[in-house]
Design a protein around this ligand. Structure first.
Ligand code: ADP
Ligand code: ZN
Length: 608
């Protein structure tokens, strides 16, 4: 059996080896057992049900909430020579009838359906007359109220175990939190399932946080060094999304806005153009989320701070599903913290507010971290690492430390002088000796600390305050507009008994930052061939009306550019080239590699 699933891995999918824990999962499912699989985005969950589908009799039913993605999955499987189809509201009734016919004639290995369709009594009835290979439940966290994406339709999936007691269930999610996981298993009634939890690390993503300062300039600087790479920019409001997209377009970038306020038509236009590599940058609210399976997203920028570490990790996780080097950049400013907090506090559910404020605080702490970002992130998910990652801004460029005892004394005593009744912004204004009506109304210009910090910029002070809060010298009362108070730890500082060592703020992205970046996905030597292969892929994909990543992933093209296969045998050795794709596209890609492709014109009718 093992050789067989390896054989399928190689000949159908073109991969050479399983990633942990694919092999064990597949063996268990092939043997008819239930499995619950927790694996990060890009980890390779799909194979865990696709290979068993090919090794068990009957059709595998794949439940997914993402109708928009079903077609890609089906196209990709068909491109590998697998008999797959989907059934959802986007089909005409003729097309749907055709799928039913295939199903009855035992002509399908996999069928993708939306949960609401699966649970129609008629459909369940039909299924009960068929041989079923397995049920795969994608995005299984949607069944849990604890999860971040609860869908009422999913709850009824609990019926499957009792209605089809002999059909194995594979439930999959990328959700980290243990409460949700327990809930999924119990709701689905798969208490017997073997649980596989793969690590949450995404080692190919470089995490960077920059203090937000003239964010658009920072963004443009970041994008300039990344010609041709696709990415997502998240911002908090629709208005801001529109504004950034407009500014980017004006500056000559290929960019478009995406948010829930746009028409369905415009949203699917943007999503499709992005998937097809016709659009480089999507500026979006969180509404641009689960529908993205594009594997070659090279960067995710958070223009505004997300509400929680969970959302941040999920959103940054959309970068680099193909495993190639990718980046996550967050612009982090105190103003955002205030905005996020006031949004949360608008709710009148006190318990909810309390939880969300805690989550927000954790997010802020991440932004302020002066320690390895990856360790901070993974430890948030209970995955403690004892080594720095060497692939985040803190590791590659540790902050310079300085003795900030004097500044800390000034800051703390100013907080004290204003009666512990004001937030960061006001205290900084007093320190810097600002002349405003409010200050004179409050007579804060008469305080002994007025103007004693005029030698430092507001930005420098902001950074100092941030760290003083982070290190616990100051307490920020989130229930009272972020009013600052002194903690017991402040006392020895004020008395000059303790040193305070802080990190120096990072400057806005400098042009040199580009040189310093970890090599992009492709080095200069191979860029030319990689680009030509990409052009061919785009032609092939357009002719077949599928997104380019369905034809070959960036990782596959990169491997081709590096290994320069000369014949079919060598091409088959490239990861991601299975036998079916080899027959279909082999000649065209080989001729580009050999440089014999002058004026090569892809003719779809040449395809197998
Ligand atoms: P997930 O559903 O967990 O987000 P996917 O199943 O889409 O992840 O897989 C992510 C990427 O990894 C895809 O491009 C897939 O082709 C690739 N992949 C999966 N398993 C392997 C493997 N064993 N070897 C090489 N590439 C793999
Ligand atoms: Zn690190």
């Amino acid at each position: 059996m093992i050789t067989t699933i390896h054989h399928t891995l190689k000949t159908v999918f073109g991969f050479h080896r399983f990633r942990a824990p694919q092999q064990e999962v597949i063996e268990r499912v092939v043997a008819g057992e239930d499995v619950f699989l927790v694996m990060p985005t890009g980890g390779g969950k799909s194979l865990c049900y696709q290979i068993p589908a090919l090794h068990r009799d009957g059709v595998a039913i794949v439940v997914s909430p993402l109708i928009a993605l079903m077609k890609d999955q089906v196209d990709a499987l068909q491109d590998n020579g697998v008999r797959a189809a989907c059934l959802n509201s986007s089909l005409t009734s003729d097309e749907a009838r055709q799928v039913f016919r295939q199903m009855r004639n035992n002509e399908l290995d996999l069928l993708y359906v939306a949960p609401e369709r699966l649970l129609l009594p008629d459909f369940l009835e039909t299924l009960s007359t068929l041989q079923l290979a397995l049920f795969a439940i994608d995005e299984a966290h949607c069944i849990s109220q604890w999860g971040h994406d609860f869908r009422p339709d999913y709850v009824k999936l609990g019926q499957l175990r009792s209605a089809f007691p002999h059909v194995p269930i594979v439930a999959m999610t990328a959700t980290a939190d243990p409460e949700t996981r327990k809930d999924i298993v119990s709701q689905l009634g798969i208490g017997q399932a073997t649980v596989f939890v793969a690590g949450f690390d995404r080692p190919n993503i470089t995490y960077t946080v920059l203090p937000k300062h003239k964010p658009f300039v920072q963004l443009a600087g970041f994008l300039k060094g990344r010609n041709d790479e696709a990415g997502i920019i998240y911002a908090l409001s629709r208005k801001r999304v529109e504004q950034i997209a407009g500014q980017l377009t004006q500056a000559g970038f290929s960019a478009a806005a995406y948010h829930a306020g746009l028409s369905d038509k415009e949203r699917s236009r943007v999503q499709n153009a992005f998937r097809r590599d016709d659009l480089r940058i999507v500026v979006a609210t969180v509404a641009f989320g689960m529908g993205i399976d594009k594997p070659n997203v090279r960067f995710v920028v958070h223009y505004d701070m997300p509400k929680s570490v969970e959302s941040y990790y999920q959103e940054t996780g959309r970068a680099g599903r193909d495993g190639l080097p990718s980046e996550a950049l967050m612009l982090f400013g105190m103003g955002d913290v205030m905005t996020a907090r006031s949004l949360i506090e608008n709710s009148d559910n006190a318990e909810r507010v309390r939880i969300e404020i805690q989550k927000l605080n954790a997010m802020v702490a991440y932004g302020e971290a002066l320690t390895c970002r990856r360790r901070a992130l993974l430890s948030y998910f209970g995955d403690q690492r004892d080594h720095d990652c060497d692939n985040c801004d803190i590791c590659t460029d540790p902050p310079q430390r300085f003795d900030a005892s004097k500044q800390a004394q000034k800051a703390l005593s100013c907080v004290f002088r204003v009666g512990e009744r004001f937030g960061v912004r006001h205290v900084i204004e007093v320190l810097r000796g600002a002349k405003s009506q409010r200050i004179s109304d409050l007579r804060h210009h008469e305080l002994s600390t007025y103007g004693i910090g005029a030698d430092q910029s507001a930005l420098e002070w902001e950074n100092i305050f941030r760290q003083l809060i982070h290190l616990g010298y100051l307490v920020q009362d989130f229930t009272r507009y972020g009013v600052l108070g002194l903690s017991p730890a402040a006392r020895p500082v004020l008395k000059g008994e303790t040193e305070v060592i802080l990190g120096l703020p990072r400057a806005a992205i400098k042009p040199e930052a580009k040189a310093k970046r970890r090599g992009g996905a492709v080095d200069a030597l191979h860029q030319g061939l990689f680009d030509r292969l990409r052009t061919l892929r785009k032609q092939v994909a357009d002719a077949a009306n599928v997104p380019p990543f369905v034809v070959f992933s960036d990782a596959t093209l990169l491997e081709m550019a590096l290994s320069r296969p000369r014949d079919e045998r060598e091409l088959l050795a490239v990861t991601g080239v299975g036998e079916h794709k080899m027959r279909k596209y082999g000649a065209a890609f080989l001729s580009v590699v050999s440089g014999q492709d002058a004026g090569f014109d892809w003719k779809p009718d040449k395809a197998a």
